[in-house]
Ligand binder design. Sequence first.
Ligand code: NDP
Ligand code: MG
Length: 395
Amino acid sequence: MADSGKRTVSILGSTGSIGVNTVDVIRQLGGRDRFDVVAITGHSNIALLAEQAIECGARLAVTADESRYGDLKDALSGTGIEVAAGRAALTDAAARDASWVMAAIVGTAGLAPTLAAASRGADIALANKECLVSAGDLFVEAVKNGGGRLIPVDSEHSAIFQSLEDDQHHAVERIVLTASGGPFRTWSREQMAGVTAEIARAHPNWSMGLKISIGSASMFNKALEMIEARHLFDVSPEQIEVIVHPQSVIHSMVGYQDGSVLAQLGCPDMRTAIGYALTYPDRPKLAVERLDFAKLARLDFEAPDEIRFPALRLARTAMQRGGVQGAIMNAAEETAFHAFCEKRIGFLDMADIVEQVMDDLAAIPAATVMDEVFAADAEARLRATDVIGKREMAA
Ligand code: NDP
Ligand code: MG
């Protein structure tokens, strides 16, 4: 199937922030001359999806939204590029034989397609942290059984991956996740109470999709990343620390039992982590901004405040309880995020709702098969919707 000598790749979520950066990295590393793009997927941005498919010479372009099939078909007519639509088509695209798959769909929608790619043994470049938060050990097991590699793309986890020394796992004492603190790092709860999604999405350092930008403001993104780190690096909850580092230059660190701390630094640009995941263990030549230490002058650190940002405390609760609490936390947070964007609830309500749903569903047993993860996810969404509705009635 593949042209000889070319790397076969697929990009799930190619029209998003990570997807666009992935296409740029592929462009920088030789584009169609070096890569055979098997499939790319998007949802609502049909114009961009079609443009990317033509530029990359993709064999298949898929929109997750069935109602946009005709638009995509029209946009790609005469190109010879195969077109498909719908959730099942996403999973079929992921199952096609690319040896490397970028998992960059936002939210739980990314879980089934990423699993399909992992199960058939593709190397997974994982941006979609929700896979690990929701499915945890089952997802790791699926990757292991498939035989491919799991390479983190989230900047913190890429940094940890790069700072872990071969054969020294036993000597790791702690994982230190850095957090920018988001736009409300210095704000009081009273100030945060009235913010809108438009204000909350303005991240000080990174340019990202809406969901993760709001998650950075509430620190729910860091909460998801704590759980992501636990599964990726097989460490205990007690070994995971969070430190606020407003400049986002140290992307994260690994502390060893001899007192050494190894870190990975760089300008806040996801293309470094994406390029590393694409060419691992090599380091590609990339046109990204270089760090200028003299200009930077200083790096600051402060302890996170779990009173103002309860998401971090909720991540610890989810890890202590184990089982499907990660899936429940993630699904409740996704539901609360949508309600916040629709102005149905306030910024601080998100954490309250997630906590209530986690407590209400604490008795759901651990999942032994993926369907039980999906069931817990669905139940958490229902419960969160119910809690949100009751709050609206009471308001
Ligand atoms: P975006 O919102 O920018 O992009 C999401 C992608 O998923 C788009 O291609 C979008 O299509 C597609 N999509 C949206 N809804 C659905 C759906 N229901 N079914 C299938 N596809 C869908 O997100 P990001 O790129 O910011 O984030 C992607 C993932 O990477 C997230 O899990 C995030 O946490 C993670 N991540 C992102 C970082 C960043 O810097 N952005 C950093 C670290 C991790 P369309 O746009 O066409 O509607
Ligand atoms: Mg991150």
